[in-house]
Design a binder for this molecule. Structure first.
Ligand SMILES: Nc1ncnc2c1ncn2[C@@H]1O[C@H](COP(=O)(O)OP(=O)(O)OP(=O)(O)O)[C@@H](O)[C@H]1O
Ligand SMILES: [Mg+2]
Length: 284
C-alpha cells in the first residue's frame, strides 16, 4: 500500500514538472535585431522538431506579422473582448511555428483586473505546456511590469551589436536585471558582426565588465554576421533563414539553435512560468 502511495506521489511529481522553457529576447538599444533573431531562431527550433510558441511582446510596435508578411487581427485582449480561447488567437507560421501577435492588446494586459488576469493565466497554463519553448520578443528597454514578466522566465537572451552605444545599453540592461534580482539564466547574442574577431572582442569586453562589476556570468550563445540578405528578407517579408538559407546569418542561426538544443538537453525548467506569474501579479 505504501509502495502504491509512493508510486502515485512520484507520478504526480513527474506530471507537475514543467515542460516548457520560457525565453525572453531583450536588448538595451532598439533596432539591434531582436525580432529578426526571435523569429528565425524560433523557426530554426521548429526545423528541429521542437514545438515553439512565439509571442510578439513589443509594446505597441509588434513586428512579427510584418516580418512574416501576414495580417492578423487577434491579440491576447480578444480573449476577453471577443470571448475567445488562447488557441483561437494562436496563428500558424512557417514550419508549424505558432505565434501570437502583439497588436495593441499585449501592452494592456497588465492593467486587467485580478479576475481577468487570473483567467488569462489559467488559459495560458493549459496551452503553454504543449510547447518545448515559448519565446517572448520583448521591446527595447524595460518597465517595472516587464521586469516582473522577465523574472518569471527561465532564460533571457540579450541582443547587442558591436556598436559602442548598443554595448553600453546592453550593459545597462543586464545591470538593471541583476539589480532587480531577475534570476533567469543570462545569455548574449552579438548581431551584425563584421568578423569573428570583432564579435569575440565585444564578448570579452562586455563579459569581463559584467563579471567584474556584477559578479555574474553571461554565456555567449552566438554571433550573427552583418549581411545584406537580412535586409532583403525583411523587405520581402520572409524570415531570412527561409528566404536565403545559404547566407551567413542563416548558417549562424542554424549553429546557434543546434548548440542551444544540445546544451538544453539535460536542463529541465526549474519552475512553472505560469505559477511564478501568478505569484508575481496576483495578490493572494
Ligand atoms: N544580421 C544582420 N545583418 C544586416 N542587417 C540586419 C541584421 N540584423 C538586423 N538587421 C537590420 O536591422 C533591422 C532591425 O532589425 P529588428 O527589427 O529585428 O530589430 P529589433 O531589435 O527588433 O528592433 P526594435 O527595437 O524596433 O523592436 C532589420 O530590419 C535589418 O534591416
Ligand atoms: Mg522588434
Amino acid at each position: 500500500m505504501s509502495d502504491q502511495a509512493a508510486n502515485l506521489r512520484e507520478k504526480l511529481q513527474f506530471a507537475k514538472q514543467p515542460k516548457s522553457k520560457v525565453i525572453g529576447i531583450v536588448s538595451g538599444k532598439g533596432g539591434v535585431g531582436k525580432s529578426n533573431f526571435s523569429l528565425n531562431f524560433a523557426i530554426s527550433l521548429c526545423q528541429k522538431n521542437k514545438k515553439v510558441l512565439l509571442l510578439d511582446f513589443d509594446v505597441g510596435m509588434g513586428n512579427i506579422d510584418v516580418l512574416l508578411g501576414t495580417v492578423t487581427n487577434l491579440s491576447i485582449i480578444d480573449i476577453f473582448d471577443k470571448n475567445l480561447t488562447i488557441r483561437d488567437i494562436m496563428n500558424i507560421g512557417p514550419i508549424g511555428l505558432k505565434y501570437i501577435s502583439g497588436g495593441s492588446g499585449l501592452s494592456s494586459i497588465f492593467s486587467l483586473s485580478e479576475t481577468k488576469l487570473s483567467h488569462l493565466f489559467n488559459e495560458l497554463d493549459d496551452a503553454m505546456e504543449e510547447f518545448d519553448y515559448i519565446i517572448f520578443d520583448m521591446g527595447a528597454g524595460v518597465s517595472e511590469q516587464t521586469i516582473k514578466l522577465l523574472s518569471a522566465m527561465h532564460e533571457i537572451i540579450v541582443i547587442t551589436t558591436p556598436e559602442p552605444t548598443a554595448i553600453m545599453d546592453a550593459y545597462a540592461m543586464i545591470k538593471h536585471l541583476v539589480l532587480n534580482q531577475v534570476s533567469a539564466k543570462l545569455s548574449m547574442v552579438i548581431n551584425r558582426i563584421n568578423s569573428q574577431k570583432e564579435g569575440e572582442s565585444v564578448h570579452l569586453r562586455l563579459g569581463h565588465a559584467i563579471k567584474h562589476f556584477m559578479n555574474v556570468e553571461v554565456n555567449l550563445l552566438g554571433m550573427i554576421c552583418d549581411d545584406p540578405s537580412v535586409r532583403k528578407a525583411v523587405i520581402s517579408q520572409k524570415p531570412f533563414i527561409l528566404h536565403t538559407p545559404s547566407s551567413q546569418p542563416s548558417k549562424n542561426i542554424e549553429f546557434i539553435s543546434k548548440k542551444y538544443v544540445n546544451e538544453d538537453f539535460n536542463e529541465q525548467p526549474s519552475h512553472s512560468f505560469i505559477h511564478r506569474m501568478k505569484s508575481l501579479f496576483l495578490k493572494r
